[in-house]
Design a protein around this ligand. Structure first.
Ligand code: ATP
Length: 418
């Protein structure tokens, strides 16, 4: 075990790197005084301390208490008029104070009854709370009250690892307990341009030997993969995916990966600008793997969504046989959700067809509307829909090029064909 290292850092210096509103920092001060007056140890742990030492901006600060938050919270909340929003099974709390939401954690230890399951937790002291963490670089704490007020405490050799740029788990069974740490470690490696220590590979091998990554639930696996796009900057995405490939990580989690190419990033970047967050996350997950039943199930796509996806695939396969029939192709493609069309864009055989649809055909719409048709005496809504669809078909064939041509065509349909 490494020697304990203690480094004094004045609070003002620490908070100079914190990007939080002054109001939140004042709230921290209230919480600090409350904990101090009761002789309870309050501290900041993990990411903020690591980022401070790396000279990076600190975007988020979670406070950890050795003791029972509920004793302090009652008083602080009634004093400041705040409210408890949530308390979790992991002894964490979300509170709303002065219009801000703050996360509070309890110093705890964790028990894993089986590999890869969520742990049971119990309140504990500082030592346990440090050793339950994932990597040495994430196991540093900064004290707000005595006995370590305004001090960074390093019991795990984290300061040295930050200096050397090494990602090292805290013990060799770490990834057996929680295989999500493998993916977390990979994110930190890429984000900070660090290296894995040999302990990382040893822990990986031990986890593989007992198939722990295969036991991770689909929900947790996909949540952790989604963090690649949720928590990391987009410009690092290709690098992250290349590392997944290099260490054959997806295979260890039971996924058959597809060959993600650098050009695929262009598709993802475009999709990111157009899709909602959840849809983009689904596309990202699907961009990592081949589209088969087993992969979809492993990534947590439910029965219904899986059979939908199978249907879309069948439809587009069929579409290849009538690809010269624009009308039919457009009608097929417009029934497929956008996130999946972007995924199809990553398959060479569908690319041209889907690209034309996404870039051109989907924007082809009649320039005249229901109002114009009503003015011509059509009152039945269904009939209006039919005429507008017919106009769209003609436009896709390049036969109608102005509103007046569309109107003439509509008149022809209304007055001469009925
Ligand atoms: P960032 O948000 O910048 O990725 P962070 O360190 O704040 O980094 P969080 O996911 O918010 O990351 O986790 C906070 C801290 O909780 C981590 O620094 C780590 O000490 C601990 N932690 C989080 N997830 C795990 C895990 N799966 N196993 C062990 N410790 C974890």
């Amino acid at each position: 075990m490494p020697d304990e290292k203690i480094v004094s850092i004045p609070w003002d210096e620490f908070v100079s790197k914190v990007c939080l509103r002054q109001e939140i920092l004042s709230l921290f001060e209230v919480l600090r005084k409350e904990a101090e007056s009761r002789g309870l140890f309050l501290y900041v742990a993990g990411g903020p301390v690591r980022d401070f030492l790396l000279g990076r901006e600190i975007m988020d600060v979670d406070l950890v208490l050795v003791g029972d938050w509920e004793i302090i919270l009652d008083r602080v909340l009634s004093k400041l008029g705040g409210r408890l929003l949530m308390r979790s099974q992991f002894l964490t709390y979300k509170v709303q104070l002065g219009g801000e939401t703050i996360d509070l954690a309890t110093a705890r230890k964790e028990y894993y009854s089986q590999p890869a399951v969520l742990p049971q937790v119990a309140r504990a002291g500082l030592e346990d709370d440090i050793w339950r963490r994932d990597f040495t670089i994430n196991a540093l704490i900064y004290g707000l009250t005595s006995p370590y007020r305004e001090k960074i405490v390093d019991k795990v050799g984290g300061i040295e690892d930050i200096k050397k740029g090494i990602i090292r788990p805290l013990h060799e069974k770490s990834f057996i307990d929680d295989p999500t740490r493998i993916l977390r470690g990979l994110r930190y490696k890429v984000r900070f341009a660090f290296n894995f220590g040999e302990e990382f590979f040893r822990a990986l091998k031990l986890a593989e030997e007992v198939s722990s990554p295969l036991s991770l639930s689909p929900t947790r696996l996909s949540q952790e993969l989604v963090n690649f796009v949720k928590k990391e900057p987009f410009h690092l995405l290709y690098h992250l995916i290349s590392e997944l490939k290099m260490f054959e990580i997806l295979k260890k989690f039971g996924l058959k990966e597809r060959n993600f190419e650098e050009d695929d990033l262009i598709v993802l970047a475009r999709a990111r600008g157009e899709l909602g967050e959840k849809e983009f996350q689904k596309l990202f997950l699907l961009s990592l793997v081949e589209l088969n039943e087993q992969n979809l199930a492993r990534l947590g796509f439910g029965n219904e969504e899986r059979s939908q996806i199978e249907k879309y695939l069948k439809k587009i396969e069929e579409g290849l046989y009538y690809r010269d029939d624009i009308l039919k192709t457009v009608e097929t493609l417009e029934r497929i959700p956008l996130f999946f069309l972007y995924r199809l864009l990553l398959e060479a055989r569908f690319r041209e067809m889907v690209r034309e649809y996404l870039e051109k055909w989907r924007y082809v719409k009649p320039l005249i509307g229901g109002y114009d048709l009503k003015a011509l005496g059509v009152t039945d809504g269904k009939r209006i829909g039919e005429i507008l669809r017919e106009i769209r078909r003609m436009k896709l064939l390049g036969k109608l090029n102005s509103p007046s041509e569309e109107l003439d065509f509509a008149k022809n349909l209304i007055f001469f064909r009925n």
